[in-house]
Structures are given as C-alpha cells and as structure tokens.
Design a protein around this ligand. Structure first.
Ligand code: G4P
Length: 544
C-alpha cells in the first residue's frame, strides 16, 4: 500500500472525524483543573462519573504508592483520558500533570491533542507553572482557550488579568465574556457576542448545572442585581473593549496566537457551559499530520496512530503495562493487525481499553482523535508509529534536555534484579534518562540519571519501592545542563573522539551511545563551546 492512500479522505469516516474534539486541560496546581474536568462531565451526561474524578484524586492512596506521593505533595503525575459525548461531539479530555517538573510528560500529552484549555485562578493570575506549561503549548502550536476561574472569590482586576496574558505569556487575549463583579459581589458574566448577561445563582457545591437567567445588560433585572459601582465599572470596561480590544479572528485562535478568554467559577459550575459550547464550536477537529513529508488525512481509510505515553502498574492489582496511542487516521478495530513501523514487526492489537479513573472498558472501535490504551507487552516505545502500512512514520516526540542529575543507588544487592527491571521499565516510560560517565564514576554501584525536575527522581524512587520492592538512595549531582555532541567531521560514535573540557564539565554516553557533555553552569558551557569549535553542540539528542 502506498502512502498516497493515506492522503485521501473517505466520506464514510469524515463524519466521525469531524465530530471529534481532543484536548488537554493545563493549569498551575489548585487552579481548578480537576473541578473543571468534573463539571464538563456533567454536561456530557456522565453525572454518575463526575464525582469520581475528585474521588480519584482523593482515593489515590488506595491505588498505588506513587499516587500516594502525588497526594502528599499535591501534584498530579498520572494522566487519564476521559471520553464523553456532548451535542453530537465526541469529546476526549487528556489530563496533564500540573507540576513543571513533569513538563516533558505534558509535552507528550500535547502531541496527542488538537487544543488546550488553560485554567487560571483569577485571584492569583498567571502562576509560575502555568507559564512553563503554556510555553510547552506554544512549542506545539496548539490553540489555547483560557478559563479564568474562581470568580466567586476576590479576583484580580479583569483588565490586569488580560494584560498579564499578553505581557507574561505573549499571547493576544479576546474576552468572549466579561465578569460582573467578583468575590461576594460576583453576579454573572456578560456574553459579548450575543450581548446577553448570564446571571449567577449559587448552588450547593455546584453539583448541578447552575440555573442561569439570561437578559441584556440594559435590562432592569441586571441593574437590580448588580451593585451600582460594579455596573458602571463593567459598562465602562465594555465600552473601552469595544473601542480598543483585539478583534476576534478564528484563524489567529487556530494558529495559537489569540486566546479566547472565559470567566466563571468551576466549583459553582458557572460559566462552564458557555466555555464548553464555544470551545467545541471553535476548536479544531483532528487535522492531517505529516509522516515524513507525506500528509496523513484523519479520515483516510488507512489506520495510523502513535504512542505518546507508556505507563506500567497503573493498577497494582493488574501489574500491567499500558501504551496510550492517539489515532491519527482510519478506524481502529480490536484485534486488527498493524505494523510497528520502527521495528517492522506485525502487531495484533487485541487488548484495547479505555480507562476511566479506576474503571476500564474494552474498546472495539475508535476513530482519529481518540485515545486507546493498549494493555500488555507490545514492545512499544514512546513515539512509535502503528500503521497498516510499514511506510508511515510520524515525527519523533522530542526529549527535553535534563536540568538536574542524581545518582541512584540500589540499597540491597540481593534485590539487584528487581532494581534493574524496575529501572528499565521506568526509563522506558520516560520518567528519567540514564547516562554513563566516561572518565569518572559516581558513588559505587550507582546509576547516573538526568531529569527535567527533581520531583521526577522522587517519583522514580517511590515507584521502585512500591512496585518493585527495590529500596534506593538518591544523591544529587552538580550538573544542571546536558548537551549532545558530535564532531563536525569524522565518525560521531568513535570512542576516542573527545572534545576539550571546561571546568566542572563531565563527559557521558546516553542510552543510544551518543556523547553528552554535562555542565555545572552556563559559564562552563560557554567556555566549552569556545574551546570546541569543531564540535556540534545540540540541546536535543541526535537520532539513534
Ligand atoms: P487542580 O486540579 O488544578 O489542582 O485543582 P482542583 O480542581 O483540585 O481545585 C483546587 C481547589 O480549588 C479545590 O479546593 C476546589 O474545590 C477549589 N476550586 C475549584 N474551582 C473553584 C471555584 O470556582 N471557586 C472556589 N471558591 N474554589 C474552587 P480544595 O479545598 O482543595 O478541595 P475541596 O475540598 O473543595 O474539594
């Protein structure tokens, strides 16, 4: 089968593809991502499930030890995929870890989505981790929708929040609606497009859709509800916006240069439906993706997908390994045979599941935009392509250069095999990367690991202990920058090819045997590059 078959859409599949919306929700921890996800589910009719997202958060101690770590530290590391139908759309929500130390995992999840919703606590504005996660979104070029949350609490001035989006994140902001007051005086939002006010009434725990009264801003009922100062301030602000605000341009939204902004309160389930409805209208369905310069159309009859996440032992009772695939084209059918185009092996996709919190259900068929969990030992790596044709190959998912390093030592020699097996599995999941020092060694019988943030080491250590009963010790090393090296001429893998070192710098090999320099500072890296003009110094690993 030639690649051209992948470029042609099939009318039969087009309908399924165009009703799919796959997106991630990103936020600084505690901004309200879990709560918003839960409220979205209410609209999808998944009433019985909505509580289980929080339940999942609270019950983590019963699922596994490293989830216990998440609970203790208030971080979210694992991610789940939720799927529901709403107004003829099939909605796939991919959860992302909130902490910046897991921004590489977030990036991987973002390779599998077509848009992102960024939740901001309106009382706090853009927080450090939102900035980092936003940066990751920008690198992927995904359209971003912003939800300013917690308006039922004192919030920063609305214009300041919008300015901050523009000045801190560098993205133009278009307020789709505008809040009427904040904190105890929060009375609702004004929908700028339809020129309607949605008045807010508090409900207990927001467990039901908030009742909404809709009227024009001039309406007496609005004037009677909103206090005088807030009313005149909102009228002034709206006038200012009409005169000087950014224009709405859907092309700019799709290019990731303009973010539509919504205001509300997820906990009170207010403003959530306005966000969801408009989001589903504006956000893109799956679009074609390049396979080595050939476009693969999502509605093509030929199947293709890629692995964006691997996770073992999500459920300690099952002790299994799940590879999450995002379908790029065609129709997935359980038991289908496809190629792993990295190895050329033929693989039967027998055990396919959809995960919901701690429940799982078998997936019999799915379409472009959907995410399927393949349970079992398929010998898959992150970034692998699965396709009906061995020629399809999607871009590799780039690794983030590690910014911290630690030595990991196995405490009990009797359990060395468990330690090594566990470590191998966790390295495959991309929790950290292993490096072999060339001229020096760390503490005896230790392994040098690099990660984006130190919490990754904590997760690794917790999981080795909890899932493999391997007790370890972690000692941090002084380097903070890694760069991949190859000589401009000659064999890049030659063992005797060595650059001149700068102070505090060490040489190591990565798991693909590429030479890597580890630097303690920018200064050491600068000195190194001045000394080694005949070497290519790269932030990214070279292809294997
Ligand atoms: P995260 O996933 O982004 O980490 O945040 P999460 O949804 O867990 O929300 C963090 C806290 O903020 C929760 O409070 C949640 O109830 C609260 N919250 C979310 N949305 C709103 C909102 O619109 N208004 C107000 N006032 N609070 C909101 P918690 O005390 O940690 O948990 P809980 O006891 O309320 O469940």
């Amino acid at each position: 089968m030639s690649l051209s078959a992948y470029a042609t859409p099939s009318p039969a599949l087009q309908k399924e593809v165009s009703r799919r919306r796959s997106f991630a929700i990103i936020s600084h921890p505690d901004a309200g991502k879990t709560t918003l996800t839960e409220k979205f589910l209410l609209y999808g009719g998944a009433l019985n499930l909505a509580g289980s997202v929080t339940a999942r958060k609270n019950q983590r101690s019963t699922t596994s030890d490293w989830m216990e770590l998440e609970k203790q530290r208030g971080i979210s590391v694992s991610s789940t995929v939720l799927q529901f139908e709403y107004k003829d759309c099939v909605v796939n929500i991919l959860d992302t870890p909130g902490h910046k130390d897991f921004s590489e995992d977030t990036y991987r999840v973002l390779t599998a989505v077509d848009a992102a919703v960024m939740v901001v606590d309106a009382g706090k504005g853009i927080e450090a981790q939102t900035r980092k996660l936003f940066e990751v979104c920008r690198r992927r070029g995904v359209p971003i929708f912003t939800f300013m949350n917690k308006l039922d609490r004192p919030a920063r001035p609305t214009l300041d929040l919008l300015d901050e989006l523009e000045s801190v994140l560098g993205i133009a902001a278009f307020p789709v609606n505008w809040p009427l007051g904040d904190g105890p005086r929060f009375k609702g939002v004004y929908d700028r497009e339809n020129k309607k006010v949605h008045l807010f009434e508090r409900t207990v725990h927001g467990s039901f859709r908030a009742p909404v009264n809709v009227s024009g801003i001039e309406d007496e009922s609005v004037k009677n509800t909103v206090d005088e100062i807030t009313y005149s301030q909102v009228c002034d602000e709206l006038e200012l916006l009409e005169g000087a605000g950014a224009d709405f341009d859907v092309e700019e939204v799709l290019a990731g240069r303009l973010t539509p902004v919504f205001f509300g309160s997820a906990a009170n389930n207010f403003g959530v439906q306005l966000l969801l409805d408009r989001f589903l209208e504006l956000s893109p369905p799956p679009i074609p993706r390049e396979s080595e310069q050939h476009p693969v159309h999502p509605a093509s009859k030929e199947f293709s997908a890629f692995v964006f996440k691997i996770q073992a032992n999500m459920n300690p009772k099952h002790r299994d390994r799940i590879a999450f695939i995002r379908i790029v084209s065609g129709q997935f059918e359980r038991d289908m045979n496809v190629f792993n185009t990295r190895t050329g092996d033929n693989v039967r996709l027998a055990n396919s599941q959809r995960l919901f919190a701690r429940d799982r259900e078998t997936v019999d068929d799915a379409f472009a935009g959907d995410v399927v969990g393949l349970v079992g030992n398929y010998d898959l790596l992150i970034g692998d392509t699965l396709a009906s044709s061995p020629e399809v190959k999607f871009d590799e998912i780039p690794r983030f250069p590690p910014e911290c390093f630690s030595y990991l030592t196995n405490k009990s020699t009797a359990k060395y095999k468990r330690f090594r097996d566990g470590l191998q599995q966790l390295l495959k999941e991309g929790v950290a990367s292993e490096f072999q020092l060339l001229d020096s060694s760390g503490p005896s019988s230790s392994v040098l690991l690099g990660a984006v943030g130190p919490l990754q080491f904590e997760v690794l250590q917790h999981r080795l202990q909890g899932e493999y009963a391997a007790e370890t010790r972690i000692e941090s090393a002084d380097w903070s920058i890694a760069r991949w090296l190859k000589p401009k001429e000659g064999d890049p893998q030659a063992p005797d090819a060595r650059p001149a070192l700068s102070l505090g710098t060490a040489l190591a090999r990565d798991s693909n045997n590429w030479l890597v320099a580890l630097f303690p500072s920018d200064w050491a890296m600068k000195t190194f590059s001045e000394k080694n003009e005949d070497w290519i110094i790269s932030e990214q690993p070279f292809a294997p």
